[in-house]
Design a protein. Structure first.
Length: 34
């Protein structure tokens, strides 16, 4: 059970990280191509 909890915690952090990176890239492209 503890292992699964740790895994979910790491998974959520990775998801957040990629989401932020994704937004950053999108805004960069918008800025670049306007």
């Amino acid at each position: 059970m503890k292992k699964i909890k740790n895994f979910l915690f790491i998974y959520n952090n990775i998801k957040k990280f990629f989401f932020i990176k994704f937004i950053y890239i999108i805004s960069f492209l918008n800025y670049f191509f306007q």
